[in-house]
Design a protein around this ligand. Structure first.
Ligand code: FAD
Length: 395
């Protein structure tokens, strides 16, 4: 792919963090041709991480969570999903039948909540509740006013953040998973830390290695494969997310149901992808989606460079950064996850009072976490290098 010419048309499909970042970066790169952004949601792009935090606990308003509007020259088509892609004619086909021609295409359609039904673990007709968008957050916030008993299936990041807000609202909360909370995502040390915090906040953690099944109709009952049933007024599935690639079916762009990109975010000639939808190359081979705020930002910027500069654009070297807020703990992490082994305590004491932790890996790099400790991300990231620089930590 060569550099983009001013007569070319760029179309970006998916108008959340990755899409908005990409569209803005395309203009910043100096592209003066036609730029169109297509988004399925009928509202301005918003900060999705706030949904399971400030939106749910009522401390964040719509204005607080709205992403800064695009100030560059972009044709925005909102509230209309792309239903298909005509690769031969280079046209995005919208659900209302319109066709949007492109010369270069960016796919930033993100992900949807995975359901237990998708995994074959729900009875037909079960009413499954998930949490992914602003409407989901508003519905759950309203339901919490009745102080229901909430059962959450999935003790990953989302499930535990939901448990935290639900418990703080006065709801009785049970979280069920095959594994201890956050073990697969964050590693043993942080798993233990956050599980202890959850228990201290009254959340019941249930662990069944054999998994669960949703039974019944209407509000389901959670049946443990190892025996036993858990009932609640509200049952939430928080079992990960799946890429929004249905509209790309039969285009030849998908591999094993996913959209793979290379280190320049190229999915095919003239097509880039970024954010939760994109499976990025991982060291040692293979591809993996990295659904996080920071990945969507850095991939959005990298994909924009590729769209504008073509094959001369630099390869993206990811700088993993992630954060979560739950049970009175704010954890910010730089480096590869899950973090294995016991970390060195660089600063602080009991993590709830503020601590800086560092896990060394065999390759000389490291993962660093700041727990209830405010510090610039660049400084936290510096701790992931082989020789950490001294830090002044601001609490
Ligand atoms: C509740 C919640 C809490 C989170 N908390 C954190 C956190 O604490 N820390 C962190 O690092 N990350 C967090 N994340 C992850 C982070 O929000 C995502 O990684 C980020 O939003 C990804 O941005 P994206 O633009 O790639 O995808 P998305 O935000 O999923 O946006 C994709 C957009 O594309 C649209 N779309 C889909 N299909 C089509 C179509 N066919 N046509 C047109 N438009 C389409 C969708 O409607 C959506 O607006 C959280 C996510 C959720 C859901």
């Amino acid at each position: 792919m060569g550099p983009a010419r001013p007569t070319e048309r760029i179309v970006v499909v998916g108008a959340s963090l990755a899409g908005v970042t990409l569209a803005d970066a395309v203009r910043r790169q100096g592209f003066t041709g036609s730029l169109t952004l297509v988004g399925a949601e009928p509202r301005a792009a918003y900060n999705r991480p706030a949904l399971s935090k400030g939106v749910l606990d009522g401390t964040a308003t719509d204005a607080d969570i709205t992403l800064p509007p695009l100030t560059c020259d972009v044709d925005e088509i909102v509230g209309t999903a792309a239903a298909g892609l005509d690769v031969d004619r280079r046209e995005v086909v919208l659900e209302d039948g319109r066709r949007i021609p492109y010369d270069r295409l960016a796919v930033t359609t993100g992900a949807r909540a995975r359901r237990l039904a998708d995994l074959g673990a729900a009875d037909p007709g079960v009413h499954e509740t998930v949490f992914r968008d602003l409407d989901d957050a508003r519905h759950l916030a309203a339901a919490l006013r009745g102080r229901p008993k909430v059962v959450i299936v999935g003790a990953g990041i989302l499930g535990m953040e939901l448990a935290s807000v639900c418990a703080a609202s006065g709801a009785a909360v049970v979280v069920v998973d095959r594994q201890p909370p956050l073990l697969a995502q964050l590693g043993r040390y942080l798993s233990d830390l956050l599980a202890d915090a959850a228990s201290a906040h009254g959340v019941e953690l249930v662990h069944d290695p054999a998994g669960v099944r949703l039974r019944g109709t209407g509000t389901p009952v959670v049946e443990l494969a190892g025996g036993g049933r858990i009932e609640g007024d509200l049952v939430l599935s928080a079992v990960g997310c799946a890429p929004n690639v249905g509209w790309l079916a039969r285009t030849g762009l998908l591999t094993d149901g996913g959209l793979r990109v290379d280190a320049r975010c190229r999915a095919a000639p003239g097509v880039v992808a970024a954010g939760d939808v994109a499976a990025f190359p991982v060291p040692g081979g293979g591809h993996r989606r990295t659904p996080s705020w920071n990945s969507a930002l850095e991939q959005g910027r990298a994909a924009a460079r590729t769209l504008v500069d073509g094959d001369d654009a630099p390869a993206l070297v990811p700088s993993p950064y992630f954060w979560t807020e739950q049970f009175g703990l704010t954890v910010r992490i730089c480096g590869e996850l899950p973090a294995r082994g016991t970390p060195a305590l660089l600063r602080g004491g009991p993590p709830s009072d503020g601590a800086l932790l560092r896990w060394s890996d065999a390759g000389g790099g490291a993962t660093a976490a700041a727990v209830n400790t405010r510090m610039p991300i660049a400084r936290l990231r510096a701790l992931t290098r082989p020789e950490p620089v001294p830090l002044e930590v601001q609490r």
